[in-house]
Design a protein around this ligand. Sequence first.
Ligand SMILES: [Mg+2]
Length: 227
Amino acid sequence: MHTSLNKILTNCKTLMLDMDGTILDLAYDSSIWLDLVPKEYAQKKGISLKDANIELHKYFVSMQGTLQWYSLDHWSDLLGIDILRIHELQKNNIQYLQDAEYFLRKIKSYDIRLLLVTNSFRSILDLKSEVTGIDKYFDQMYVSHDFGAPKESQIFWERFNEIETFDCRQTTFVDDTESVLDSAREFGIDSLVQITLPDSRKKEQVAENYLGLKGINQLINNNGCSN
Ligand SMILES: [Mg+2]
């Protein structure tokens, strides 16, 4: 089948993609953090699920957007539960967002350097690669923990650009989180795309400040028959 690039990618030499909520369904992570972790925490502390959720919410609010927020070790220590074990038990629920794998297969045929740029913890990236085979599509995969700062921070982008040299004018970055896109824009990347349906079990979000696409497959046009 013939495909062509959306005009957003006309001048693109480097395409950077977030993982959770951009390629993989955020519904998986939501079920871990909003359902299974509170249940196990309540059981461990001998408190009600409601109280567990109140305690967890305080932690979530205080750490959102920090590197600790994305650190599995930090959360496991803080809550006294083995979160990697929960992921391993649930790994069969990890899945691509609709048509995201189709997009990755197609984009490989273009002369564009394809990078995964994620705040995910390394052990979770490894688990998700094992289940989905996502690693075979990328020229390189980067984890913000290796740079000592999350994507929300300019420190991340400065250190990242020292390792992976890219021209901001020929780079497109796709993410589902507005604060991450804000940070990329501050660093100088102009071509930014926000995924508006990161979680298959939730309603579509509104992209207020960036070009919004429901799914990453909208970066290519399918001409003729469907997949
Ligand atoms: Mg994301």
